[in-house]
Design a binder for this molecule. Sequence first.
Ligand code: HEM
Length: 340
Amino acid sequence: MVKASLCVLVTLVLAVIAAQAQAVSPAKTTQAVMDAVVKQEVENAINCNPGVGAALVRLVFHDCWVRGCDASVLLDKTPSSSSVEKKAANNIGLAGFDVIDSIKARLHDVSCADIVVFAGRESARILSKGSIDYTLAPGRLDGVVSSAAEADATLPEASFSFQELKDNFNRTGFSVEDLVILSGAHSIGVAHRTSFQDRLDAATQTPIDPEYQTALRYRVNVDGHKTPNPTEKNNIRDMSPFFQGVSGYNSSGVNLYTPEAGALDNSYYTANLQKMVLFKSDWELNQDPTHFAGDKLIEYRDNAADWDLDFSDAMARLSSLTSSGPKSEVRKHCRRTNSY
Ligand code: HEM
């Protein structure tokens, strides 16, 4: 209750600062101001709702993978547009849009595309306690096209095979190594049951630790389907000691307590090698016929610092994918194009 009121208060103070800045300062935003505002807004958002950090990291992938980093994922549907990226099946659970809006309210001349990648970097920094960091240049422009069909055709799916994942990453100039590195983002956040239902059903399951599977089945059905599509934590590290115990999770090498649960770190690889990951696509990394991906899982499980560095490098390249849209602009509002 006290935390919620504090969050509202901080948000109001930030809104007043934004209004004042707008009134007195039409000058171009400097990099230092941009960094400070993004830091303040993202920190405040994560303090109010820790889950939003994961959402902002995912938003970078889902924006930049489709038409490059052009904020196409932020556009709302208009009466004249057909379904937008946000509504794509592969964008289930996408969030963090309100954080982007509050940053934009303070940085009018910064593109929404820049805000997405800078907010994603800040989230990664905070969730990794500074272990993940990378340099980003500003200058992205906002696109004017957003299509659900295009997002569904472009983003990888949790049901993909290793070959499909590899092809999907190769198409955007990313390697199998990048696939293994970036999948480590599943050390944080949550997923809806429909995204991993295939792992729970005997008819469709891919190799999954049987105790983990039984415990998961219980968790997602515990309220007798009263919640139609409940969410579950991506990382067994973030689940209760009881759940870990009944699943037989071996957490050696994983820091369960500091930084607190929710850290963006290499713990995904420990879980993956125990077949305790939610998505088929996670498990498929063990299916590379050359064993290259499988060897990388072991390497990153055993070397946290290597993963931090390689993840930072891959996120910087992801955040630099150029836009392929027909026309671009710096939007006035992140949810609509300037001509709307
Ligand atoms: C390799 C292919 C990938 C597939 C198939 C995939 C699939 C998914 C799915 C199905 C979800 C859960 C959505 C839901 O049910 O709500 C999810 C969540 C998430 N993904 Fe991925 N993903 C992939 C790669 C990535 C990459 C490259 C990143 C970031 C760099 C990423 C970051 C995340 C994060 C942080 C979440 C949790 C979001 C939250 O809690 O709001 N994923 N992913």
